[in-house]
Design a binder for this molecule. Structure first.
Ligand code: FES
Length: 82
């Protein structure tokens, strides 16, 4: 089971954290991993100057809509296979 935590604090919200959530939801459905991947929202994680703040476990990523799919393939699907 993998939990992806997405910052929905105001700064990340303005950087389209909502779009990243929709992209992640679409990828989860597409790859049929809804029973293994959970999405959670979080308040500000204190890294507002970067991209949208996303965490998988304790590892932190900085996402934009453009790199979300690559992140998903590597760290989510990759993590499930590990
Ligand atoms: S609002 Fe997302 S890290 Fe601060």
């Amino acid at each position: 089971m993998i939990t992806i935590t997405i910052c929905i604090g105001s700064s990340c919200y303005l950087k389209n954290s909502k779009d990243i959530i929709s992209i992640l939801e679409r990828l989860i459905t597409l790859h049929n991993v809804g029973d293994k991947v959970t999405l959670m929202g979080s308040f500000c994680m204190g890294h507002c100057t970067e991209g949208v703040c996303v965490k998988v476990g304790e590892e932190r990523f900085s996402l934009s809509p453009a790199n979300t799919e690559a992140f998903f393939n590597e760290h989510v699907l990759g993590g499930l296979q590990a």
